[in-house]
Ligand binder design. Structure first.
Ligand SMILES: *Cc1c(COP(=O)(O)O)cnc(C)c1O
Length: 362
């Protein structure tokens, strides 16, 4: 018995997407970004599928610990670093690399006397204004860090692009130039590019690339799909029809009666809702795949159900399978209908949705 709502993960496709990264950045080492539970695809499942990469990147220390406890031996970089001696201890115990981006971290390092215990990535803020030291402070910070015995050398260097998903935005080249100018003559490997940087900005490739969304087969660029970039989507979100019934003119559907039926039609109820991670703000008209055709969402998305207009599918019956996104219906398109980005949709799949590896279905 399959559960009502489930996600099928085509892990074979991730190898194809990894090859696409390699094709764009043949000389770079790859740090696969698997934060956010592998962008909602399952942290350990994705890590195992990608075990050939040079390193993994996660956002938080506990994500790194989970990977180590599962037996992963790859280099693991914790993008948010640490904020306390306790967290630093965990990084040492589990042999995780840390981002260094704050004076608080420098103070903590300065108080430790262990020798060459932790590999670090010094984060330079070249304009994102999130984490990192300003370029003008680089020399002083680098000196302080270099004086800390606990640090392994050479120190690696990283920045993050704010607008690489817009090929017209001059900010990206400014950031790259500032990064390169600041680091002239400094040893250590460099990393700049996220997925949009890898696909759109040769100048950003450097020693290490940090692909996230593209590994999952999704486009980082608004207005395009992963398939158009030669990527293969990993996740399909599926459920089934659980009720079919006629409605007549004047009937309203769903909470607040926000959708009003204008002419008699057939209404379908699908077992998926925001409690599964389907976006509550999906607009009326958002396509849903049923028996190979598209039917439009009507009414509001509720926690466990959505309603669709079955006018074009009069044969539809309870039990029929439904695809919310996946093959034939790009998650990028659903994100547009919901006024969001595909990252939030795949990351937002909840615990209730059973995740199934496609290889189990063969
Ligand atoms: C999330 C993240 C990435 C990956 O970004 P994508 O757009 O998913 O490729 C790379 N670097 C840093 C610092 C990140 O936070």
């Amino acid at each position: 018995m399959t559960p009502a709502a489930y996600a099928v993960l085509k892990l074979d496709a991730i190898q194809h997407n990894l090859q696409t990264v390699r094709r764009h950045a043949p000389k770079a080492k790859i740090m696969a970004v698997i934060k956010g539970n592998g962008y909602g695809h399952g942290l350990l499942r994705i890590a195992e599928a990608l075990n050939a990469v040079d390193a993994f990147a996660v956002a938080r220390v506990d994500e790194g610990i989970r990977l180590r406890k599962a037996g992963l031996k790859n280099r693991i970089v914790v993008l948010e670093g640490f904020t306390s001696n306790d967290e630093l201890d965990a990084l040492l115990i589990y042999q995780l690399d840390a981002l260094v981006h704050s004076h608080t971290q420098l103070d903590i390092f300065a108080g430790r006397s262990e020798r060459a215990q932790i590999a670090v990535w010094l984060k330079i803020d070249t304009g994102m204004n999130r984490l990192g030291f300003k370029a003008k402070d680089f020399n002083a910070v680098y000196q302080r860090l270099n004086d800390c015995p606990i640090i392994k050398r050479p120190i690696s260097l990283m920045t993050h692009l704010a607008s690489a998903d817009d090929p017209q935005d001059p900010m990206t080249l400014k950031q790259i130039t500032l990064f390169n100018d600041t680091l002239q003559g400094i040893p250590g490997e460099r990393s700049i590019a996220n997925s949009a940087g890898i696909l759109g900005w040769q100048e950003a490739l450097a020693d290490w690339v940090r692909p996230g969304i593209m590994l999952y087969g999704i486009s980082p660029f608004p207005g395009s799909t992963g398939a158009q970039l030669g990527l293969k989507p990993i996740m399909g979100l599926h459920s089934r029809l659980i009720a079919v019934k006629p409605i007549t003119a004047g009937d309203t559907v769903g909470y607040a009666g926000s959708w009003v039926c204008e002419k008699p039609t057939l209404l379908g109820v699908v077992a998926i809702g925001y409690g599964d991670g389907y976006p509550r703000h999906a607009k009326v008209g958002t396509p849903v795949l049923l028996n190979g055709g598209r039917v439009p969402l009507i009414g509001r998305v509720s926690m466990d159900m959505i309603t669709v207009d079955l006018q074009t599918q009069p044969q539809a019956k309870p039990g029929d399978p439904v695809t919310l996104w996946g093959e034939g219906l790009a998650v990028e398109e659903i994100a547009d209908w919901a006024g969001t980005i595909p990252y939030t949709l795949v990351c937002g799949i909840t615990q209730r949705v059973r995740q199934i590896d496609s290889s189990w279905l063969k």
